[in-house]
Design a protein. Sequence first.
Length: 137
Amino acid sequence: MKYLFLLYGPDGSQAGLPEPGSSEHREMFEKWSTATQAMAQAGVLIDCAPLQPASATTTVRVRDGQTILTDGPAAEIKEQFGGFTLVECADLDEALTWAATLPSATEGSVEVRPLVLVTPAAAAAEAGAQPPGTANR
């Protein structure tokens, strides 16, 4: 089962990140590297990445056929979504164990969500269409 770890930190945490090249920055990088290397060695890590700061966010909404763009995140919250980690684990317990190894678990929070697995054939059937490459069979 695939799980997405949504990584949250205190609002404004991007501005409070250690200066690149500082000892604090190296320590933060080492903590993340240790956690993600362990996941990779265990074969559960699929992908992970930090996000640009919330100030770089554009929220898109479509209402009555009109596209509305808003600078900033969709909601005002105390913690900001700062990155993600995608893993494949045997079960939720294993995913929770790995989530607890990330620095965000001690400095902010890690929301663990199982992915809904949708195959192209299942999605096409749900929509009432034939999947690509299956016409005239």
